[in-house]
Design a protein around this ligand. Sequence first.
Ligand code: PLP
Length: 359
Amino acid sequence: MSRVYNFCSGPAALPEEVLKKAQSELLDWHGAGVSVMEMSHRSAEFMSILASAKARLARLLNISDDYEILFAQGGASTLFAQIPANLMNGFDSACYLDTGAWSTKAIKEAKKYGQVNVVGSSKEQRYQTVPDFSTLTLDESAAYLHLCPNETIGGLEFSDLPETSLPIVADLSSTILSRKIDVSKYGMIYAGAQKNVGPAGVVICIVRKDLLARSSDDLPTTWSFANLAKNDSMINTPPTFAIYLADLVFEWLENQGGVEAIEQANIRKAEALYRAIDESDFYSNPIDPAYRSRMNVPFVLADKSLEAVFLEESEAAGLRTLAGHRSVGGMRASIYNAMPMEGVQALIDFMHSFEQRHG
Ligand code: PLP
C-alpha cells in the first residue's frame, strides 16, 4: 500500500514522520508498556505530554505568560457558542466580521447569546474579498471583535487586523502555525486541530488571562474557560491521543525550522499553484489576489461539465480529495503545512496534462 497526496481540507494530511513516530510508539510509549490511548490522563506520563505540547506551542508562536493555552473539545463549532457564552458576560454586544461561511456560522451561534453587530461583510462581493477595515462600524464598548482570517471553504485569507481597542477573537482553524502571527494582538485564538495541528478531537485555544475573569460560575462546568485554565485543560478526560499527536506535530514543526521556515515553504507552494491556475484559461480562481488563501486553493474549470472527470482522474492519479466544499462545488486543494512541494507539483503536472487531454 502506498500513500497518496491528500488535499482534504480536514481532517487533513499529517506529516509522514509524525505518523511513523506515533506508529513506533503505539503499543509501548517510552517503555510505559501501554499506548498513550490507554494511559490515565492524570498519569505522570500523560502530564509530561501535555506540558510538552504547551511548551512547544508557546515556543512556536512566541506566546507570552499573559496567555493561557487550553485544549478544548467539541470542535471549533462548539467554540462558536462557547466564546460568546464566556466572553459576552457583562457586555451588551459583540462585534463580528463576516468574510465567509465560517464567519457566518460563528455569527449564527453568537446570536443565541446576545446582540451581534456585524461590523463589516463581503457577502455582496460573494466573499471574494475582505471588507475595507476603515469602513468597519466597530463599537468600542462591545465584548470583543470576532474574525476568521482564513475562510477554509471560500479560500480567502487576510493577515492584517483591524485597529481596535476590543479584544480580537480569531478562528485560526485553517491557518494556525502556517504563518507568523503576533499573538499579543489577539484576545483569543482558537483552532480545530484537524488541519495544521493533528487529528480531530481537540481545539487549541490561546486566551489572554485577563479575559478568563469573564467566565461566569453559572456556565456549564466544562464550558468555562476559567475552569479549563484552572484545571490545566483536565476538568474531565481530555482527548489524550489528539493532544499527543499535536505534540508530535509541534516537534516536527520545530525540526522544520519553526513557523518562519514553514511559512516560506507555504508561500512557495501557494505561489506555484496559483501561477498554474492563472497561466491557463482552462482553470480559474475567483478570489481577490490580495486575499488568496495560502492554505485552501479553490478553482473551477472553464468547462464545468469536465469537473467530475477531473475529480475521477485526479483521484486515480493519487491526488486525493480535490472536490470543493459541498456548498460551493468546483475543486479545492488544501495545502497545509504537511503537504510537501512534491505534492503541489504533482497536482500542477496533473492539471497541465488534464488540460492537454481535455482542453
Ligand atoms: N472554522 C473553520 C475556519 C473551519 O475550517 C472549520 C472546519 O472545517 C471549523 C471552524 C469547524 O471545525 P469543527 O469541525 O472542528 O467544528
